[in-house]
Write a protein that binds this ligand. Sequence first.
Ligand SMILES: [Zn+2]
Length: 422
Amino acid sequence: MKIFLNAVFILLSFFTYSQDKTSKSTPKSNIRKVVFILVDGISSDLFYKANTPFIDAMSKEGAFSEAYVGGEKGGYSESPTISAVGYNSLLTGTWANKHNVLGNEIVNPNYNYSTIFRLLKDSSPNKSIAIYSTWLENRTKLVGEGLEATGNIKMDFSFDGLELDEVKYPHDKLKKYLKRIDAEVARKAANHIYESGPDLSWVYLEHSDDMGHMYGESPAYFNAVSYEDSLIGLIWDAVKMREQETGEDWLIVVTTDHGRMPSDGKHHGQQSYRERSTWVALSKPVSNQYFKNNRVAIVDVFPTICDHMGITVPQKIAYELDGVSLIKKVDLFDLKGVCVNKKYISLRWLTEEKESEMANVYVSYTDKYKKGENDDFTFLGNVDVQKREFTTVISPPKGVEYIKIVMSTKNQTINTWVKITP
Ligand SMILES: [Zn+2]
């Protein structure tokens, strides 16, 4: 710990020095970058109980909301509250019924649901992407680096896999080696972001979850959360220094992949409120009423990154995204539908806006997207989002189990699946 703190001090001194050197900050440029940080396994109630001065300060300067993982509880998108499932919901902006990562084994991911890295590289090949991670599989399996199914995506910079080096990091039973690796990862992230400023990067820190599994809700766990918070502070400082010197406009998103069991805070994976309970901190203030007044979702991070960076999402990808933006105007959210007699559907949604805004409603009776093909969406009608409901006739072919509904306004799209019931 002492060695680590010394390193933090040296790095902070360096940034302070750099700050003094360039006290006249560079004019704002229109270069917009994002780093998202996933810190493992911290339910919102335990987050509030832990001492987290850096994330608190970031939230005060920016924004904070409680959030959830796990999709629609009891619904078609219900997703296990397991780490890799949560990471991939962030990376793809979809729940597990689409991305198909159902556990940490990552057996058969459906790469037809593009990660945010792939979307960026496909639209802007010259933009740079980076990962700093205490778990190698985030790059090799979830992002799917070098795989044909992901278009052979290549990270421009990666710092991960340290956990495989058992000489430098002997695997002790108390998992202290992973605590050390988190510090290495955060230090590298801070340095690399400060020096090279990748356009989009991902930091993954694990220690908090290890302490949760071992000790549950306990001083050891809260200390781990505080430790991760200090590492996040280091990255935040690096971003601030870089912003000051370059005029770049950075958004930091800090979130977690799942909560913890209600009984003792040890494990996770089921659908209890506490296991589904997470949070999101943003480094910039937002005016988005959805973010301010609702429990947001991990799948909202994908469209938020796109909005900050100005990434245009191709329509076919937008039609599959299960989240909405946390920073731009959201006309409607929480879209749900029911089918009656296989003939009618009734849609309902929520809105935080007061003005009229027309939405087009589309249906697809196929789900070819999951195989990498295109669905045919048919126009069903339009409706003012203020009405908060829409009922119409549908004509699903025989044997169809679910239909896909998309609503689209000038500001956003949103989708839901509706089960065809007799
Ligand atoms: Zn986890």
